[in-house]
Design a protein around this ligand. Structure first.
Ligand SMILES: Nc1nc2c(ncn2[C@@H]2O[C@H](COP(=O)(O)OP(=O)(O)OP(=O)(O)O)[C@@H](O)[C@H]2O)c(=O)[nH]1
Ligand SMILES: [Mg+2]
Length: 645
């Protein structure tokens, strides 16, 4: 968080409080100029974030927190927020609270604010989503009236467009200036009767500050305040329908996964040509020395082989971004709640699993919204099995190899099947792990999810998320891919023996010497040491497999980057006995291996941190990697036995 450096640590702290999905992070980003992810789904923020803001020429630190529904919520993310609210965080105690409340659900959303105001804290209420209230529900909101009712400043904001931000800054600044009173005490838990009295009060207040121009009876008016907007209600009749809901769900998922493969093709060809042209140009202008070859046959070839798959990743991120902004995620969670319950999970695992398709690491963090510890551990346990974006280049390559030319739709279906397979494998693993390790069964909490308003996703929002996710993907994988490409080039070209042709050079290289050790492990899979070397490299990062394969295959084919795509080299590659290296069975074996193997050390580290010990990450690492090898072996041998090479 670079913004921190611009505020002195002593700058007063402003805490953003509110229910999940009320718009806190959107306000935070607008106040501090940050770029944290906002999702139309409750629980997108699971940790404190801090940034510097300028409030009418007063410097302050602003703290974004996970959403809370009360001042004593059960899930890990809510506890983080509640502790921080009352000063139990490295950032100190907040001086002013900005309570964010969704105007379409005011009674519940004003509850935390009401508790803080009653306890004597300094609170500014920021009311969001008034646009939805106006347009969809034809209701108006009276900020001044609410301010009188609550006895604190109230500002209407839409941080996406900047409405009300100036006033919010001013009011917050004014409260900071106000003479300090003694610090208020943390409010004690309320009895059930007191809680319902507070809600009753807030419902009455809401009926007075949210007004309608159409003539309605007081009862109709109250109902229209707490009902979802008409469009959302109509769509939900389909999205949450027992049969239609499933169909829509299946259609959305299939559309996303199929499009990853076939929509990306033209862009992938473009990137391929770009890298080939760059290599050709460098070879033409630079002298023919080893450094040039390292650059063209090592760096450009290795990095380019992986970079080609970036369009697939971008399409995945874009599709997820649209889904996140539409409000559909909560509906998806409801739809899969029942099936997930069969293996001891719930609909709350849906969003972590879906984010697992991008990367297991943020997915593990997003499990913090799961209140049940058992469910949370189970979800973390299965996340490494989901097809993450690092597997995408590997699958993309192998599926392209297996797909007959001109039948991209078949490849698309293959990709969809792999996603489906990873989910099924995950569910099976959850069922087994829960049983074998007798994870303590929890009383099944009812899936109480906020159902945010459904809306047309904004292209700008989806593009922004895609940009940030792609950037962090490239930052994370790029360095590793570059280093491995250089190291592997060196291993395949050393010791230098200029009188030999390239394939003889490779056979005598250090890589080959190391590779001989792998030969006995690789042969039963129908593969040789060259693929073994690429597989070892893939433990640094899965997608490195593609670049490494390009390096060893191109070198052994005596070719270079310009001669032809990796697929061609794969078709021509042979085993020592002259039979083809990449066959249907050996490719299926590789896909299965990548499906299960935990080749990502960052995932192991995060799993340790999130589960609070080495137990789960060790089981994941050992069990998944052993499963990977054994099931790949079984598949290859089984296919061969059935007469499929
Ligand atoms: N229509 C409308 N949408 C808004 C407004 N403010 C925020 N949003 C959207 O509401 C969704 C939720 O916003 P976030 O800022 O992620 O909400 P949050 O309170 O941080 O949510 P959690 O981190 O999950 O607790 C996002 O899709 C925002 O783009 C608003 O005033 N009007
Ligand atoms: Mg947030």
């Amino acid at each position: 968080m670079p913004a921190l450096t611009t505020a002195a640590p002593a700058a007063p702290l402003i805490a953003l409080v509110g229910l999940p999905n009320s718009g806190k992070t959107t306000v935070f980003n607008a106040l501090t100029g940050s770029n944290y992810r906002t999702v139309n789904y409750p629980g997108s923020t699971v940790d404190c974030a801090i940034g510097a803001a300028d409030l009418d020429n007063r410097r302050a630190r602003v703290m974004d927190l996970p959403g809370i529904t009360s001042l004593d919520g059960p899930s890990p993310d809510e506890q983080v927020a509640i502790r921080a609210l009352f000063g139990d965080s490295p950032h100190g105690a907040p001086s002013v609270y900005v309570a964010i409340a969704d105007s379409t659900q005011l009674p519940r959303h004003l509850y935390p604010a009401k508790r803080l105001i009653d306890a004597g804290y300094r609170v500014v209420v920021a009311v969001t989503m008034v646009d939805i209230l106006n347009k969809r529900k034809h209701l108006s909101f009276d900020a001044e009236a609410l301010s009188r009712e609550l006895g604190c400043p109230v500002v209407r904001v839409d941080a996406r467009t900047g409405v009300g931000l100036k006033e919010l800054r001013r009011q917050t600044g004014l409260l900071l200036e106000a003479p300090t009173t003694d610090r208020a005490a943390r409010p004690a838990p309320l009895s059930a009767g007191d809680i319902s009295a507070r809600y009753q009060f807030l419902e009455n207040v809401t009926a007075r500050v949210v007004t309608t121009s159409t003539s309605k009876t007081p009862l109709e008016h109250r109902l229209s305040i707490c009902m979802p907007d008409p469009l959302t209600a109509r769509l939900d009749r389909v999205f949450l329908h027992p049969a239609w809901g499933f169909l829509v769900f299946a259609a959305i998922m299939t559309a996303i996964f199929t499009s990853i493969f076939w929509l990306a093709q033209p862009m992938m060809d473009g990137i391929d040509r770009l890298f080939s042209a760059a290599a050709a140009w460098l070879q033409a202008v630079l002298p023919d020395v080893w450094l040039t070859r390292l650059l063209t046959d090592g760096v450009i070839l290795g990095v380019g082989a992986v970079a080609v798959f970036i369009p697939q990743i971008v399409i995945l991120f874009l599709a997820l971004g649209f889904l996140e902004d539409s409000g559909y995620l909560s509906r998806g969670a409801m739809i899969v709640d029942k099936p997930l319950a069969m293996v001891g999970l719930s609909g709350r695992a849906f969003v972590p699993i879906l984010s697992g398709f991008a990367c297991a690491i943020p997915a593990m963090l997003s499990t913090r919204t799961i209140p049940s510890a058992r469910e949370r551990l189970l979800t973390i346990f299965i996340l490494p099995l989901m097809v993450c974006s690092a597997r995408l280049p590997v699958y993309g390559l192998l599926i392209a190899f297996l797909t007959p030319p001109g039948m991209a739709w078949l490849g698309g279906l293959g990709m969809t099947a792999l996603y489906l397979f990873s989910v099924l494998a995950g569910l099976l693993a959850a069922a087994l792990f829960g049983k074998i390790f007798r994870l303590e069964k929890s009383v099944r909490p009812s899936l109480l999810l906020e159902l945010p308003a459904i809306r047309r996703p904004k292209l700008r929002v989806a593009l922004a998320t895609t940009y940030h996710r792609t950037k962090s993907y490239i930052q994370k994988a790029g360095g590793t891919i570059l280093c491995i490409a250089v190291a592997l080039w060196a291993l395949t070209h050393l010791p230098p023996r200029t009188h030999l042709d390239e394939s003889a050079q490779l056979a005598g290289s250090y890589a080959a010497v190391l590779g001989q050790w792998l030969e006995p492990v690789m042969r039963p899979l129908g593969l040789d040491w060259r693929v073994g070397v690429a597989l070892i490299c893939a433990f640094a990062a899965r997608e490195v497999f593609v670049g490494a394969l390009a390096l060893v295959l191109m070198v052994s084919a005596g070719g270079d980057a310009i001669e032809g795509p990796l697929i061609l080299a794969m078709r021509n590659a042979t085993l020592a006995d002259g039979s083809p290296l990449f066959t249907f069975s050996s490719c299926v074996g590789l896909i299965i291996f990548f499906g299960f193997a935990l080749q990502c050390m960052s995932t192991v580290a995060v799993s340790r941190k999130e589960t609070g010990g080495w137990y789960i990450p060790t089981v994941q690492l050992v069990a998944f990697t052993a499963l990977a090898y054994l099931s790949a072996l079984a598949a290859v041998q089984g296919l061969r036995w059935a007469g499929i090479a």
